[in-house]
Design a protein around this ligand. Structure first.
Ligand code: SAM
Length: 227
């Protein structure tokens, strides 16, 4: 768990900590987010440090934001509902596909033992790695490559979160889940998906439909083809 409360605000700057607490109250607690550990992590991680300078003042708004390379940081509520769906207690080894800004990885790193995160665009891996290092996270492991294959060398995972939309649910992710493990993945047509939660029970997977959503595409061998 990283320590950075004090770095957050200098005299005369916006009160990002206050904006963050308002975000938690108005966008998360008033909706379906009830896991106290998820609410605490979202109140702690400085989201404004994960977005480009031009967007810092919008970091706590109820919407996704551009992060460069045609990609986005997800809306806070979507980060929270996906994280809550993993039901993390603190001992888990988690895989995230789509590092993007690194914000979701930070939230997961607050709540799990170790986070393995894969991003296909190397400039995004590098900038995420830098901000997460500067914030003091030591339990996040990075890879640049096609995350639609998962991370077989590090499997099994207690939780897998895919933060890009897939046409359907790749078997690779199911194969890399522990018994009782949870997979959260947006799946469906390219411009509108459903967020599914799957829980492994032996060779069976109990499937729940969590919410509607819109994600950038998962591009790769087990996702969408490029263009
Ligand atoms: N979790 C991110 C965050 O907290 O900022 C947001 C992720 S963004 C919605 C989706 C990310 O998935 C993009 O950065 C995109 O480049 C990445 N992506 C798409 N296909 C991928 C693949 N096959 N493997 C790894 N990353 C992929």
């Amino acid at each position: 768990m990283a320590m950075f409360w004090k770095k957050d605000k200098k005299a005369g700057e916006r009160d990002y900590q206050k904006e963050r607490l308002t975000m938690v109250e108005e966008q998360l607690r008033r909706r379906r987010i009830s896991d106290p550990r998820v609410l605490e992590a979202m109140a702690k991680v400085p989201r404004h440090l994960f977005v480009p300078g031009d967007y810092q003042n919008s970091a706590y708004e109820d919407r996704p934001l551009p992060i460069g390379e045609g990609q986005t940081i997800s809306q806070p509520y979507m980060v929270a509902i996906m994280t809550q769906s993993l039901e993390l207690k603190g001992r888990e080894k988690v895989l995230e596909i789509g590092t993007g800004s690194g914000y979701q990885a930070a939230i997961l790193a607050e709540l799990a033992r170790a986070v393995y995160t894969v991003e296909r665009i190397s400039s995004l891996t590098q900038s995420a790695q830098k901000v997460l290092h500067d914030l003091g996270y030591q339990n996040i492991f990075f890879r640049t490559g096609d995350g639609s294959k998962g991370w077989p060398e590090e499997a099994l995972f207690d939780g897998i979160m895919v933060t890009a939309g897939a046409p359907d649910i790749p078997q690779t992710f199911k194969d890399q889940l522990t018994e009782g493990g949870r997979l959260v993945i947006p799946t469906g047509p390219r411009y509108t998906q459903t967020l599914f939660k799957l829980t492994r029970e032996g060779e069976q997977f109990v499937e729940e439909d969590v919410t509607g959503c819109v994600f950038v595409p998962l591009v790769g061998d087990h996702g969408w083809k490029e263009n």
